[in-house]
Design a protein around this ligand. Structure first.
Ligand code: Z57
Length: 839
């Protein structure tokens, strides 16, 4: 339905495109006109929110020039494109990021100042786009940044949740409570573009019938049921140092029935409105679980809604080029970010066979050359399994197709491994439980050409444990590693201006921002006294910035000269925040025992925690309660000479991370070995010159290899020992570490919050004893305390510490999202950058 303009009219349009100017006078003019016209406000009724909005509009106008250029270039060059399907994009704020990418921040700062406002104040007005839980969603955002910066023709597809991850409040009793994150509030979101012309219908329920097509062949047809409409919203993703601009297309559910007059005439007004609301519910809320699968029906519907709309859009674009179906895999790559979008596999098969009339095998060949799958966890409780009866009800045709995919797969498998029913059962996509379950990870493996893990160790564990039986059939080549990466734009350039300036000045150029390996040239300054002094000063500035935040928001005074020890991430048993707080209690009790003379030798510490628990995760919530209770006691104990402070930063999110990450001396990444697939905050902290206290797990291992083992504190049981220890403890009990025993007694004796509170911690303490200490807290405790002692000792030696800190940053080139995205493009997508003007 798009109108084809005649060349004369087209010329008119092009002639009237006026490039935006970035001098201060032009910027001010734009901010003023957006205030008056876009917002209908005047200089007499302004507030910071209005001026933020006007500024955001002025910046987005500039971004859109690049967005339009990019779309035009891709359309004309018609390269192979890649689509990154993710149920989560944890983007954070957009304005500061766009100002940096467009390299107009200074001009805007001055413009806004002339107009009577402070840019830093305005940046604080923006709500985070928090459409993700943690690492997986933030990774997707970092990869979109890298793809835009590298000019890859890559789009993200996701859902436009009206409620992002909940806002965490720590109540007066020290418990987490949740408040909905209605981020699309009345002020409107200047960073999205509603595309009312891009809508698709998505079907649910119904039944399967047989039909004869035009060629006289018999085909299955999915009939009846409900239909919901998907409408597109585009979020521009600025690239750095390019005129290219990326895009994330988010789907929002709309009811197809505008109004049910029948019910209205019956006086059933509320029901007719309810139907509409029901459809819109689909994209109303992000499921708040990280690394945990709950199996809710609405979640399955979200997943299918997402996949169906995205594939319709991808296919519409493909058909526009008039290419034949067999060329689809040469024109389209689809990356599945975890199993959440795996229904795309049976959905494309259904479209090709039922609707397009292809033969099964031809269709399956196309499907398996298009999709690739990233696995992000080996934790059993996180693996998606959908009950067959539920899937049959909501997606009857897909259920049949999954059965067929499984049948053909098992038939081929059996040819290779005959007479092994046990083996066939173990690799079956259908688990023979009651009710039966669809194992989504297996479906993703079978329907993809490549499967990747997210760090070297994790990718090994995938091959030896999670998918070991599949290797026997496919061989090992299908399973590869692509170690995660982070964008240096947000996580250094933007979040750490002091360090950005020092690095740029020292290296003599900004090349490192897009070629992070350049940081290795800092190594030669690691022992340079004057450079060390500047380096230490930058860290102190960042610690002071965080200390000020803590004073303002939590009214806790912390000394920026103390050792800042930080653990911020989702609260999960496998991440062992529990072990951390237990060691804090140990430290506290130790200080109490020391004489004034002995205390002079101690390194004052500020232990900082942050992170959300899933709302229904009872043990994780108890860990938060323990941390906040310990904080209360420690921070109000005047007898310990401020040698220890404990801070719980509520509502940890991307914007807070930008303040917290640059401020660490030590950050903790202490998962039980083999449980954290990669971790990405570890990379952010080290990039900003923070040392790590970590286990031999996930990307910690590769960070050690890159920066040198003398620059990282590592401890704990190795992953290949974990299973044996667990097995042993299950039958022989847990050998309790003596220091840990003392700590547990102190809790049980009511030293933290009195006896009543102590009883609350009973179930938490029981996780260390009954049926074994699954996460090996006791087994690792001694080594953990030893590692802390080494940290304390080294922190006194400022010169050595500074040297190590410099070598940390200098060694982080490998962990750029640019490197990771290039690896995806080269090893999986077979994707080349398109051509666009450089800045
Ligand atoms: C999530 O945030 C991750 C894995 C999951 O399966 C789900 Br669901 C959510 C995380 C891993 O726990 C991290 O170790 C990893 O760094 C991150 O995904 C990105 O790969």
């Amino acid at each position: 339905h798009h109108v084809q303009l005649q060349s004369e009219a087209l010329k008119e349009w092009k002639q009237h495109i006026e490039p935006k100017k970035n001098d201060i006078e032009s910027i001010k003019k734009d901010i003023v006109s957006h205030t008056l016209e876009t917002l209908c406000r005047n200089p007499y009724n302004l507030d910071k929110m209005a001026v933020y909005q006007a500024t955001a509009h002025a910046v987005r106008d500039r971004l859109l020039e690049d967005w339009n250029l990019t779309q035009e270039a891709i359309h004309q060059q018609n390269p192979k494109r890649c689509y990154y399907l993710s149920m989560e994009f944890l983007i954070g704020r957009a304005l500061d990021n766009a100002l940096h990418c467009l390299e107009v921040k200074d001009a805007y700062k001055q413009s806004v100042k002339d107009l009577g406002f402070s840019l830093e104040d305005l940046l604080e007005q923006e709500r985070d786009a928090a459409l993700g839980n943690g690492g997986l969603g933030r990774l997707a955002a970092c990869y979109m940044d890298a793809a835009a910066t590298l000019d890859y023709p890559t789009w993200g597809y996701g859902l436009r949740y009206q409620y992002g991850i909940f806002k965490q409040i720590i109540n007066n009793e020290g418990y987490q409570t949740e408040v909905p994150d209605y981020w699309l509030n009345a002020d409107g979101n200047p960073w999205e573009f509603p595309r009312s012309d891009i809508k698709y219908e998505v079907q649910f329920y119904g039944y399967v019938a047989t039909k004869v097509n035009e060629k006289g062949e018999s085909r299955m047809s999915w009939e009846g049921g409900d239909k919901v409409q998907a409408m597109a919203y585009d979020v521009p993703i600025p690239g750095y140092d390019t005129k290219g601009c990326g895009n994330i297309r988010l789907w929002s559910a709309k009811s197809l029935k505008t109004f049910d007059f029948a019910s209205f005439n019956d006086g059933d007004y509320d029901r007719s409105v309810a139907d509409q609301k029901n459809a819109e519910n689909l994209t109303s809320v992000l499921y708040p679980n990280d690394n945990h699968n709950v199996g809710k029906e609405l979640r399955l519907k979200q997943e299918y809604f997402f996949v169906s709309a995205s594939l319709q859009d991808i296919i519409y674009r493909f058909k526009h080029t008039n290419a034949a179906w067999k060329e689809f895999p040469d024109k389209v790559a689809v990356q599945l970010n975890d199993t959440h979008p795996t229904l795309a596999i049976p959905e494309l098969q259904r479209i090709l066979v039922d609707i397009e009339g292809l033969e099964w095998d031809d269709a399956w060949d196309i499907v398996t050359r298009v999709f690739a799958f990233t696995n992000h966890t080996v934790l059993p409780e996180a693996l998606e399994c959908w009950s067959v009866p539920m899937m049959e009800k909501i997606l009857p045709r897909h259920m049949q197709i999954v059965y067929d995919i499984n049948l053909f797969f098992l038939q081929k498998f059996e040819k290779v491994f005959q007479n092994d029913r046990g083996l066939l059962n173990r690799v079956s996509i259908i688990e023979e439980s009651n009710p039966q379950q669809v194992r989504m990870a297996y479906l993703a493996v079978v329907g993809s050409h490549t499967v990747n893990g997210v760090a070297a160790l994790h990718s090994e564990l995938i091959k030896t444990e999670l998918f070991s039986e599949f290797i026997k059939y496919y061989g090992p080549e299908k399973f590869i590693n692509i170690t995660n990466g982070i964008t240096p734009r947000r996580w250094l350039y933007q979040a750490n201006p002091a360090l950005r300036e020092l690095i740029t000045e020292t290296l003599g150029s900004k090349k490192w921002v897009t070629h992070l390996d350049e940081l290795k040239n800092l190594k030669k300054y690691a022992e340079d006294k004057s450079f060390q002094k500047k380096w230490i000063d930058v860290k102190l500035q960042n610690k002071t910035r965080l200390a000020d935040w803590i004073k303002t928001h939590l009214d806790i005074s912390v000394d920026p000269h103390a050792l800042f020890d930080i653990q911020v991430k989702r609260i999960h048993e496998y991440k062992r925040q529990f072990m951390n707080i237990l060691s804090v209690i140990y430290r506290y009790k130790n200080i109490q025992l020391l004489s004034a003379e002995e205390r002079k030798e101690l390194t004052p510490r500020v232990v900082i925690f942050g992170g959300k628990s899933a709302p229904g995760y009872y043990i994780a919530k108890m860990v938060i309660k323990l941390i906040t209770t310990v904080a209360q006691v420690v921070n109000n104990d005047d007898s310990i000479d401020n040698l220890l402070k404990v801070v719980y930063i509520p509502d940890y999110n991307v914007s807070l991370a930008e303040i917290i990450v640059p401020a660490s001396d030590i950050s903790q990444h202490i998962s039980t070995a083999g449980t954290e697939a990669s971790g990405t905050s570890n990379m952010k902290f080290v990039l900003n010159g923070g040392l790590i206290l970590g286990t031999v797990d996930g990307a910690n291992i590769e960070i050690r290899d890159e920066i040198g083992e003398e620059n990282i504190f590592m401890f704990g049981t190795l992953s290949d020992k974990v299973a044996d220890i667990r097995h042993h403890q299950k039958y022989h009990g847990v050998p309790m570490d003596p220091n840990l025993q003392v700590v547990l007694h102190a809790i049980q004796a009511g030293e933290f919050g009195g006896f009543e509170t102590a009883s609350v911690f009973g179930p938490l303490i029981n996780t260390l004893t009954y049926g074994g200490d699954y996460y090996l807290i006791s087994a690792d405790f001694e080594q953990y305390l030893d590692a802390h002692d080494k940290v304390d000792a080294l922190f006194k030696d400022k010169t050595t510490w500074a040297k190590k800190s410099i070598l940390c940053t200098a060694g982080m080139g490998f962990f750029s999202a640019d490197r990771a995205t290039r690896e995806y493009a080269d090893k999986i997508w077979n994707l080349k950058p398109f051509t666009i003007e450089k800045k």
